[in-house]
Write a protein that binds this ligand. Structure first.
Ligand code: ADP
Length: 400
């Protein structure tokens, strides 16, 4: 099957065409600045490469550009639109309604719209991409793959806050966890790489990108995830604060004369390693350069980041009563060997020892713990698009 994977944001739309039998990426690209001036980037596995301005007044025009290019006789990888068997859409928030991937129907769109309040930045943007594809490809099967779905196996003891229960009943205030598509892909790939049965291992996945979360996966099911009601909870991130005492916020609001909207903007956009480093950078490459030049707050930001990761790993080892695999993934997790080493230095009590040479290797998957380590430590490149394509193909196969 040929699967078109769509990841639609408010002004951008990423796509890939994946052959589900071979898992080869036939083409991939990005529409940016939708509704502004429009920019189109496109690459195929046959060597076509484009980067050009293309006017795109809305998402429908962006999808049109994608489909026209994919079916172009010179640049394309398909003969006509109908050769796309399924479109797999990345959908951020499915609330409690979606525990797995689904065929997108009117009811699903309605149910998703009801979750818009839970993810006001992401869900409406995802839905615009869905609507654009439905209009241009009315006969093609659309599958929704949710970032929250994999985390839906969390038990109430993990997903409830210590708030009055009535607020869960009335408003569904609870922890949802995010990055589920990546955590699912990476935890399974780790087991496959180690020759293990995913249903028999305990894995902690550290998805360390600009947004960062840690997930405890026991016997294939999520036990806990460091992100909560929103992707603000948990780790210290690029610009997000992670866990913080809610009581400090009222104090801050009073002292700086801020309202709740301003406070939330600070927590999301001005905090994390960016804020700690006194606005030096949210980019770990730059923080590292600064560290070499003895920028005191950049060093502190990296230290705080690593320390928080190590604390979560420790708590999730406790939550699962043990851990077999710890996996690093995403931009920082895949590339920053120093941070990995620093995090692992806190984990000696788990019997973890790192092979310094392996830790500097670059590969799709590598085991960086040495032969004596009691826990496998791995670095695995995440591949959310492939996971979406797999889910979309599985849903489609289930229908035939
Ligand atoms: P997101 O998808 O959340 O935007 P990514 O997974 O792409 O995030 O990760 C982005 C982060 O990865 C940035 O902080 C960036 O600095 C970091 N990163 C990328 N490459 C490297 C590298 N070689 N060394 C350290 N950090 C890196």
């Amino acid at each position: 099957m040929k699967i078109l994977v769509i990841n639609s944001g408010s002004s951008s739309l990423k796509f890939q065409v994946i052959d589900s039998e071979t898992e080869r990426v036939l083409a991939k690209g990005l529409c940016e600045r939708i509704g502004i001036d429009g920019r189109f980037t496109y690459k195929t596995d046959t060597g076509v490469s484009l980067k050009e301005p293309v006017p795109m007044k809305d998402h429908k025009q962006a999808v049109h550009t994608i489909l026209d290019t994919l079916s172009d006789p010179d640049k394309g990888v398909i003969g006509e639109f109908s050769e796309i068997d399924v479109v797999g859409h990345r959908l951020v928030h499915g609330g409690e309604k979606f525990t797995g991937s689904v065929v997108i129907s009117e009811e699903v769109i309605h149910a998703m719209t009801e979750c818009n309040d839970l993810a006001p930045l992401h869900n409406p943007a995802n839905l615009v991409g869905v609507e654009a594809c439905r209009e241009l490809m009315p006969d093609t099967l659309m599958v929704g793959v949710f970032d929250t779905a994999f985390n839906q196996t969390m038990e109430p003891k993990a997903f409830l806050y210590g708030l009055p229960y009535k607020y869960y009943e009335r408003h569904k205030i609870r922890r949802y966890g995010f990055h589920g598509i990546s955590h699912k892909y990476v935890s399974r790939r780790a087991a496959q790489f180690m020759g293990q049965d995913p249903g028999r291992v305990k894995t902690i996945v550290c998805h360390l990108g600009n947004g960062a979360s840690i997930c405890a996966v026991k016997y294939g099911q999520v036990v806990d995830n460091s992100m909560g009601f929103t992707p603000l909870e948990g780790l210290v991130m690029g610009t997000r604060c992670g866990d913080v005492d809610a009581g400090a916020l009222e104090y801050l609001a009073k002292k700086e004369d801020l309202d709740i909207k301003q406070i939330v903007a600070i927590l999301n956009q001005e905090s994390g390693v960016l804020g700690i480093s006194k606005n030096f950078s949210s980019d770990f490459r730059e923080l590292k350069d600064a560290e070499i030049k003895y920028h005191e707050k950049a060093t502190l930001a990296r230290e705080i980041f690593a320390y928080r990761v190590a604390k979560y790993v420790g708590s999730y080892a406790a939550a699962m009563n043990g851990v077999d695999n710890i996996v690093f993934t995403a931009g920082i997790g895949e590339n920053d060997s120093d941070i990995r080493e620093e995090i692992c230095s806190y984990l000696e009590y788990l019997g973890i020892t790192i092979d310094e040479v392996k830790n500097r290797e670059q590969a799709e998957a590598v085991k960086i713990s040495d032969g004596t380590s009691r826990v496998n430590v791995l670095v695995i490149k995440t591949n959310e698009e492939l996971e979406i394509a797999r889910e979309a193909a599985a849903v489609a196969e289930g229908l035939v």
